[in-house]
Design a protein around this ligand. Structure first.
Ligand SMILES: *[C@@H]1O[C@H](CO)[C@@H](O)[C@H](O)[C@H]1NC(C)=O
Ligand SMILES: *[C@@H]1O[C@H](CO)[C@@H](O)[C@H](O)[C@H]1NC(C)=O
Ligand SMILES: *[C@@H]1O[C@H](CO)[C@@H](O)[C@H](O)[C@H]1NC(C)=O
Ligand SMILES: *[C@@H]1O[C@H](CO)[C@@H](O)[C@H](O)[C@H]1NC(C)=O
Ligand SMILES: *[C@@H]1O[C@H](CO)[C@@H](O)[C@H](O)[C@H]1NC(C)=O
Ligand SMILES: [Fe+2]
Length: 473
């Protein structure tokens, strides 16, 4: 619901007497979706200070820190483990096994470091644990004997049609007190996300003087409490570019690519910014809003070859992640995704993408199932229309970073926008089987189980009927 659908009758009567113009005006007001009337406390988001508990350095000389994992192959049988040692390289070995007391396997990784202006990183280790069993809990340990640190993760079930799986969806997190609330809410969500789809903009270190890369380290320590135990699937945002010619730092994505690894080669990609993975019953395509995507570019060529490979009899759910949204009705970043939409939207409709998650706009918004692909410059058909083959677009850039909420919205609410609200939160995309998935959006002000927005998704290939859009507020 929203104010648009609940105008008092007296207003209707008043407008009715003003004939055509007023009637048209009211019709426009009635068309859009709903804008939440939730009243939040207005407060700016403040980064947690360097001595915060969440940034604490683990005890012990050269102890591994910033431990994080992500899927390491195309099917879910490998995991990439990454961590940092600050004082000296130490060991790049991961010991792992199915029992906490018997880490019978081990694999040696590599380490690297980088400089950024006057900052020098620690030793960034990464290691691929391959040929794992599906749906199995593994314990793993990084670091040398005295300062070894132990964690665990569960591999996904084997890829298949009716495999339930629960994804968390987080974007634009940063490292403020609100970021910490978002992560806590995600971790305490009774739905228990098994893997995070992260839609870009990680640390916001570039908001500091000289892009102070110490804030990449603090972000790594802050998020370890989730990412050491479950994979986060990475998307590149604008805050990962770190292009700073004034500091003689002209290699885009330098800190990000040194710190966060993705299995891009496994999907035939040539750069880590666009790639795909399969996980349980989902096929996830990650695109880069900040890499070339025009015709003939590597990303464009890759996507053209990639989409026909998606076998919906194997992975019924087709999910796309990108940072900059195509359908956004906030003033913030309005139309920034337009050029990529023009390039790729017809493909998304042709291949029946179920859902597109984006970040960038620091708020939440869910679109109707619409497309805008009829336009050919001369036919004037430039308005989004309902389209059962089109994805639903969800903006979830509301992780809580230092730049604060995007509160200013386009009025009246456009038809393509089903629900929008500027509050911090996270999402859960809960796949039940080949036909049904449930999406919930959780705002930080509510208790852990409250869904501020909730929708059933019907699979576009297996059950392409109109969804009932059930908004719980
Ligand atoms: C880098 O330079 C800035 C000033 O530009 C200074 O404040 C900071 O302490 C320096 N950092 C290091 C690690 O030298
Ligand atoms: C961050 O959240 C955790 C978990 O709720 C809490 O223990 C910790 O004190 C918080 N830290 C800060 C700086 O807010
Ligand atoms: C960048 O490099 C140039 C040439 O080496 C040098 O003159 C300049 O001082 C450098 N700028 C910074 C900010 O380090
Ligand atoms: C544009 O589309 C219209 C119909 O929608 C069609 O009649 C026209 O020929 C198209 N123009 C071009 C240049 O393709
Ligand atoms: C798929 O899941 C939905 C929601 O849980 C359920 O209603 C439906 O019966 C399931 N379909 C099958 C074939 O089990
Ligand atoms: Fe962004």
């Amino acid at each position: 619901m929203g104010d648009r659908h609940s105008s008092p009758l007296s207003w209707v009567v008043l407008y009715a007497v003003i004939a055509a113009a007023a009637a048209a005006y009211f019709a426009v007001l009635c068309e859009g979706g709903s804008s939440s009337t939730f009243v939040r406390k207005v407060e700016c988001s403040v980064d947690m200070p360097l001595d915060s508990d969440v940034f604490a350095i683990p005890p012990g000389y050269n102890a591994p820190q910033q431990v994080h994992i992500t899927q390491g192959d195309h099917d879910g049988k490998a995991m990439i483990v990454t961590w940092v040692t600050m004082d000296k390289p130490g060991s790049s070995k991961v010991r792992y096994g199915e029992s906490e007391d018997d880490l019978g396997f081990s694999v040696n990784g590599k380490h690297t470091r980088y400089k950024f202006y006057n900052y020098t990183s620690g030793y960034i280790h990464n290691c691929v644990l391959a040929n794992l069993k599906y749906d199995t809990k593994y314990y793993y340990e990084v670091g040398s004997r005295h300062t070894g640190r132990k964690f665990w993760f569960r591999t996904p079930p084997e890829v298949g049609l009716d495999i339930p799986y629960t994804f968390g969806v987080i974007g634009d997190l940063g490292q403020t007190y609100d970021s910490n609330r978002t992560l806590t809410h995600y971790q305490n969500n009774p739905k228990v996300g098994q893997t995070v789809l992260y839609v870009g903009d990680l640390s916001y270190a570039d908001d500091y003087p000289d892009h102070d890369n110490v804030r990449w380290d603090t972000w790594g320590r802050f998020t370890e409490r989730s990412i050491a135990y479950q994979p986060w699937i990475w998307t590149t945002g604008n805050h990962e570019i770190d292009f700073a010619p004034e500091l003689n730092e002209t290699m885009p994505f330098k800190p990000y690519t040194h710190r966060y690894y993705v299995p891009y080669k496994a999907s035939g990609s040539t750069r880590p910014f666009w790639y795909s993975i399969k996980r349980a019953s989902a096929y996830i395509i990650v695109l880069s809003s900040y890499s070339a995507y025009g015709t003939y570019t590597p990303q464009n060529n890759w996507l053209l070859e990639e989409l026909p490979k998606v076998n919906r009899c194997e992975t019924p759910w087709l999910i796309v992640l990108m940072h900059s949204p195509w359908y956004n009705s906030y003033d913030s970043h309005y139309m920034e995704g337009e050029s990529m939409r023009v390039m790729f939207e017809a493909l998304f409709v042709k291949y029946k993408v179920d859902i597109v998650f984006s970040g960038h706009v620091h708020a939440y918004e869910r679109s109707e199932r619409i497309s805008n692909i009829a336009y050919n410059i001369s036919n004037g058909q430039c308005t989004p229309v309902p389209d059962p083959s089109a994805p639903v677009y969800i903006i979830i850039g509301d992780g809580g970073n230092i730049e604060g909420l995007a509160t200013s919205m386009k009025e009246p609410q456009p038809d393509y926008s089903a629900y929008r609200e500027a509050s911090f939160g996270h999402g859960i995309f809960d796949i039940k089987n080949r036909t049904h998935a449930h999406f919930g959006w959780y705002r930080n002000q509510d208790s852990y189980s409250v869904e501020a927005d909730a929708v059933w998704f019907y699979n576009r290939v297996w059950y392409p009927v109109d969804e009932w859009i059930i908004s719980t507020i």
